[in-house]
Design a protein around this ligand. Structure first.
Ligand code: ASC
Length: 150
């Protein structure tokens, strides 16, 4: 029993000390993961955009559900930019790593705007959604302009 406890303790310590990227078996897995998270995020964000822009009828419940998903998804990509993930099938620019503090600021700003979008999506009217969608989309674009190729 003591040994089991010791093994568990060692594993927990190792898991805490490992850098975030080590959650992935290899850098390519991390790249795939972050791209997948952006793809799913863009899908749900796009549905909010379609409602905000009148390309899709406004549905308060759907808006709330999609915004909730975007909040959760917006937390995902950041641990997947670890060492070795600058090479491979990625459009991430070297600036992501060279200007890590700026990249972190941009990702924080995006998550803050998505938080506001989520509040707006729960207001139950399309005007609130419209008002919050623009700044949220701008926070996505700001990061793309600086940190993503093309
Ligand atoms: C989207 C989407 C993005 C952002 C960005 C905003 O719908 O997929 O990446 O908005 O294009 O400029």
């Amino acid at each position: 029993m003591k040994n089991v406890i010791r093994i568990v303790a060692v594993c927990l310590t190792a898991a805490t000390l490992l850098p975030a990227y080590a959650q992935f078996a290899k850098p390519d897995d991390a790249i795939k993961y972050r791209k997948a998270s952006y793809t799913v995020m863009a899908t749900h964000f796009g549905r909010l955009g379609a409602m905000a822009n009148g390309r899709m009828p406004y549905d308060a419940k759907l808006a709330s559900e999609n915004a909730e998903l975007v909040v959760a998804l917006a937390k995902l990509p950041w641990t997947a930019y670890g060492e070795g993930t600058d090479n491979g099938e990625t459009r991430a620019k070297p600036e992501v790593w060279k200007e890590a503090a700026r990249f972190k600021d941009a990702s924080d700003k995006m998550q803050a705007e998505i938080g506001k979008l989520n509040v707006a999506a729960k207001a139950g009217n399309v005007e609130a959604l419209k008002a919050a969608f623009g700044p949220a989309a701008a926070s996505c674009k700001a990061c793309h302009d600086t940190f993503r190729k093309d």
